[in-house]
Each structure stands twice: as structure tokens, then as C-alpha cells.
Design a protein around this ligand. Structure first.
Ligand code: ATP
Length: 302
């Protein structure tokens, strides 16, 4: 049972002030990209998890792995103990890159395993389990483009009329999401870093399908914090625009930078130029929106 699952970028990410419980309210526009991971699950006498691909050496393979936590959550949901399954993850999404790769693997595992165990759970039921695993996990189930509120887990689909073309610039090392939020709190205590406005214009630009309009509106409150922790990102962002992208933004908590391009051909040119400019580890082209976790055979979840 093999499931392909998309990465995400945030076209808009507004972060509220630090709450008493240590969390932040978020308003975000998620956008699922064709850059993806694949997860295979199979019945096995020796349960466990294997990882290969992009950044695999940085991912825990024990009980902390989000894909394994998804196995345990689904088993608990249906009252199974000691799940005898093997999970194989092939990573294309950079680890700790702000593209929710771990969350994607958890979503893919829920879809694959519920089919392997013939549980007949719909996407909405899986999304309830997904939300207990992390705030980005439900979006990876649905994909597309969606407005996320709360901690990002309350989702409403957003109409997007166009396929948008992106270049992703991977950095040499990941950034920890909690440290980026911590840096934003620190910047806000000591000053007034810029805040993105309302998400409404982004939603309108998506409906119009005009990449030039959308490019003017990309915004991320975490960008200042990611750039503060990784000053080289400023150069990467500038280089993407100099290479011909319409605009660039830090994806989520970074350090991956996402560049919106006018079309697929320009994206290929920008990716090649950026890769040669020495401002990132490597580049990928991707398009969005794409659907959420689904079987590689093309079959959908009910
Ligand atoms: P976030 O969803 O918080 O924005 P991210 O996209 O920046 O996270 P991930 O690739 O999801 O980053 O990984 C964050 C951390 O989670 C990694 O440092 C890794 O140790 C851990 N992790 C656990 N399971 C996985 C997994 N299946 N794939 C990647 N990372 C995982």
C-alpha cells in the first residue's frame, strides 16, 4: 500500500501574540505542492520503520518518528495493540525545511494503514486523528489550497483557479520550528517586526488565478525570525528575484525559500540559475495546488 503525499508552503502566515499556554494563534493559507514523500506500509512480523531519500539521515526511526506515531494513533483509535506493520518512507521533502515533511508522512501513513487494515475510514475521520498528531497533518490529508486557523488545523478550502509554478531553494541545514517561533517572540519583545495584513487579498488573488497579483501578496510573519537566525536567507531571497522569479518567501518556519514564477519554463530557468549562484544547497521545481495524500495508483480515499 503506497501513498504519495504533498509538501506545503504558506502563501500567507499571520502569527498572533504568544498565548498564556505557550502557543500562537495562526491564520494561514496553505498550498500543497507536487514536491512529495512516498510512504509504503505492509504487514510484517518485525514492526519498524525505514527512511531513505532527501535528508533521511536526520530523521529519527524510532517511536518519535511522526509516521510511527501515526501508526500508534490509528491502532489506538481502533483498539489494536502491538501493530505488526513495517513503514517505508521515501523522502523528497527537505527535513526541518518548513514544508511539513514529517506531518506529510504521518498523513500518508494514516491513509495507507487504514486501507491495509480495511478500516473504511473517510478523510474527515482520519483528519480528526491527524489533528492529534500535529497542526499541519490534517492539511496534508486534504491538499489543495486551504485557509487554516486555530493552530493551523481548522481548515476551509480556498478556490484556486490556476496551476502556479514554484522554485524551492533548500538550505544546507534545517531550522527547528520552536526556535523560529521563539525568535519571533524575542523580536517582538524588543521591537516591532512587520506583520502581514489580512489574508483576504491572497484569497482573491488565488481566485483570479493571476500569479503576478499573488506574487505581490505573499507574506509570512515567521520570515523575519527565520532570517534573523539564518541571515544568508536574505541573499537567497534576493537572488531568486534577480534570477527572474516574481517573488520569494520563506516557507513556514524556513529555511526553505519558495519562489513564485510566471510559468513552468521560467521556473526551470530560475531553478538552474539559483542552483549555480551558491546561495542554497540545491533547488527543485514544483507546482501547486495538488491533491492531498493518495494512493500512487491514483485511487482516492472516500
Ligand atoms: P513543521 O511541520 O514543524 O514546519 P518542518 O516542515 O520544518 O516542520 P519536518 O521535516 O516536518 O520539518 O521535521 C521536523 C522535525 O521532526 C525533524 O527535525 C525530525 O527530527 C522530526 N521528524 C519526525 N518524524 C519525521 C519524519 N517522518 N520526517 C521528517 N522529520 C521527522
Amino acid at each position: 500500500m503506497t501513498v504519495r503525499v504533498p509538501s506545503k508552503i504558506n502563501l500567507h502566515l499571520s502569527v498572533g501574540d504568544l498565548r498564556e499556554d505557550g502557543f500562537h494563534d495562526l491564520t494561514t493559507v496553505f498550498h500543497a505542492l507536487s514536491l512529495s514523500d512516498e510512504v509504503t506500509v505492509a504487514v510484517a512480523e518485525e514492526p519498524g520503520l525505514e527512511i531513505s531519500g532527501e535528508g533521511a539521515e536526520d530523521v529519527p526511526t524510532g517511536p518519535d518518528n511522526l509516521a510511527w506515531r501515526a501508526v500508534e494513533a490509528l491502532a489506538a483509535h481502533v483498539g489494536r495493540t502491538d501493530p505488526k506493520v513495517r513503514v517505508v518512507v521515501r523522502k523528497g521533502i527537505p527535513v526541518a525545511g518548513g514544508m511539513a515533511g514529517g506531518s506529510a508522512d504521518a498523513a500518508a501513513t494514516l491513509v495507507a494503514l487504514s486501507s491495509l487494515w480495511k478500516l473504511d475510514l473517510g478523510r474527515d475521520e482520519l483528519a480528526e486523528i491527524a489533528a492529534t498528531l500535529g497542526s499541519d497533518v490534517p492539511f496534508a490529508l486534504y491538499g489543495g489550497t486551504a485557509l487554516g486557523t486555530g493552530r493551523g488545523e481548522q481548515l476551509v478550502p480556498v478556490l484556486s483557479r490556476h496551476t502556479f509554478h514554484w522554485v524551492l531553494a533548500f538550505d544546507h541545514e534545517g531550522l527547528s520550528t520552536p526556535s523560529v517561533f521563539g525568535e519571533l517572540d524575542r523580536l517582538r519583545e524588543n521591537g516591532n517586526p512587520p506583520r502581514v495584513g489580512s489574508h483576504a487579498p491572497v484569497v482573491e488573488a488565488l481566485a483570479s488565478g493571476d500569479p503576478r497579483q499573488l506574487a505581490l501578496l505573499l507574506g509570512n510573519d515567521l520570515q523575519a525570525a527565520a532570517v534573523s537566525l539564518r541571515p544568508g536567507l536574505r541573499r537567497t531571497l534576493r537572488a531568486g528575484v534577480n534570477a527572474g522569479a516574481l517573488a520569494g518567501t520563506v516557507s513556514g518556519s524556513g529555511p526553505t525559500c519558495a519562489f513564485l514564477c510566471a510559468d513552468a519554463e521560467t521556473a526551470l530557468e530560475v531553478a538552474a540559475e539559483l542552483a549555480g549562484a551558491g546561495v542554497c544547497r540545491t533547488t527543485r521545481v514544483a507546482h501547486g495546488p495538488v491533491p492531498g495524500a493518495r494512493f500512487v495508483t491514483g485511487d482516492d480515499v472516500r
